[in-house]
Design a protein around this ligand. Structure first.
Ligand code: IFM
Length: 435
């Protein structure tokens, strides 16, 4: 590419975090999960995390210094309703003060209502596969809508419902730790309904608001390109994992199809056309192999192009970003990149990663995909769920002994592109050029 590619003047550059991963001091289903020794390191604890709750007002300038004008953050349900039906007014006021501080600093909040974590009572008393989940959720969503009244914010109701369902309801790898296909489908249908309920509550109290979900999407590919069963698995994963939830929010019909294994259909009319934008979280490509014995699907990250996996072991594959972006045209909504990033423990690869993914984004735009925002995961290093404190996803490195936030080379590069809108290659290159 000889000419620099340009981002349009109204394109939004921002950063993202989630409450449990950064705030600290939260007791919820995940803190219980850790105590039960269910992270990779059974002694790992999120604990005081990176103290973003306490340090929030000092962290705001970290965002503005990047030239970012949007910040995706989440409300921790367990902080505001630690016991069912008991609101913590101080916590609500704390969130309001934080949102106002962002707005005052010229940063538009993109507020996530549910980012994986729940109050401790939720899975016991009103789990997602039961209708009672929606009663509890509606009360919470209405309080969130009150919180947002009068502020210029956007909302992602749910973060990666597909990850929560796969990990929490099929794989028993995260709370609530269930492995039950029937309950998983019931939970999925209720989460579609939950999006609709939250949207309704927000529109009623806040007026016109941009509302969507943040959907994790992987570029699925057959491990053996020639193998018909690996090919079929990739197609099924694309349909069920990537698109089923988005399709439901587009058409009002939720459909899961695993020929020979299972199928599910729920008609939720109110979900049709229930988003203002398509939120897309992209990290990598995954290869699928039919293994011949239960559970039949082998999921692998392969370094097919010998670029070096990212430190968490995911493939470096910006081309997949562009390919999925082109698929999203079908939803006929502006596309927001609600997350994209990598675990980069030296901090040296992130500028090149940004460059290659931004290039794909701009090429997709040139092909008519209306991508209007890019929110980097993450503003700063944080607690990475089952992997706990190993991964480093932050533009800012955090020294957890001193809690100091440290500028990295990617901060310079992010700022340069976000403020000039010109995509030029970062100085030096740690990555082989895309094939
Ligand atoms: O840290 C997570 C985030 O909570 C959800 N999306 C993927 C990120 C990296 O794994």
């Amino acid at each position: 590419m000889n000419e620099p590619l340009l981002f349009p003047p109204d394109f939004t550059f921002g950063v993202a975090t989630a409450a449990y991963q950064v705030e600290g001091g939260i007791e919820n289903d995940w803190s219980d999960w850790e105590r039960a020794g269910k992270c990779k390191d059974p002694h790992a604890r999120c604990g005081n995390s990176v103290e973003h709750w306490e340090r929030f007002f000092d962290d705001v300038p970290l965002i503005t210094r990047l030239g970012a004008t949007a910040y995706r953050l989440s409300i921790e349900w367990a902080r505001v309703e630690p016991e069912r039906g008991r609101w913590e007014d101080e916590a609500w006021a704390g969130y309001r003060a934080r949102l106002e501080a962002l707005v005052k600093a010229g940063i538009r909040p993109v507020v996530t209502l549910l980012h994986f974590t729940h109050p401790k009572w939720f899975h016991v008393e009103t789990p997602w596969h039961e209708p009672s989940s929606l009663v509890a959720w509606e009360r919470f969503a209405k309080k969130c809508a009150e919180l947002l009244q009068g502020l210029d914010v956007a909302v992602t109701t749910l973060n990666e419902p597909n990850v929560l369902l796969l990990g929490g309801y099929l794989g028993a790898a995260m709370p609530p730790g269930i492995a039950d296909g029937r309950k998983a489908f019931a939970a999925m249908a209720n989460m579609v309904r939950a999006h609709v309920i939250a949207r309704q509550a927000i529109l009623e109290r806040c007026g016109p608001t941009e509302i969507g979900i943040a959907q994790n999407m992987l570029l699925f590919a057959p491990s053996r390109r020639w193998h018909p069963l690996d090919q079929a698995l990739s197609r099924l994963a694309d349909g069920n994992y990537n698109h089923a939830f988005l399709e439901a929010l587009h058409t009002g019909v939720l459909r899961i199809q695993m020929p020979g294994f299972t199928a599910g259909k729920a008609v939720i009319d109110a979900a049709a056309k229930s988003t203002e934008f398509t939120g897309f979280n992209y990290y990598t490509r995954a290869h699928l192999r039919f293994s011949g014995k239960a559970p039949y699907v082998q999921f692998e990250f392969l370094d097919k192009l010998t670029r070096g996996l990212t430190d968490i072991g995911w493939e470096w594959y910006p081309e997949g970003f562009g390919q999925i972006l082109r698929q999203l045209k079908r939803y006929d909504r502006p596309v927001w990149i609600t997350e994209n990033g990598l675990d980069d423990r030296t901090g040296l690869r992130r500028p090149q990663y940004l460059y290659e993914h931004w290039k794909e984004l701009l090429l997709a735009r040139a092909d008519g995909v209306n991508v209007t925002s890019y929110l980097h995961w993450s503003l700063m290093d944080n607690f990475e769920w089952l992997e706990a404190w190993g991964p480093k996803f932050g533009l800012y490195r955090v020294d957890r002994k001193t809690m100091e936030r440290q500028w990295t080379p990617a901060c310079d590069y992010f700022r340069e592109v976000a403020t000039t809108r010109r995509l030029t290659a970062p100085p030096g290159t740690e990555q082989k050029p895309a094939a």
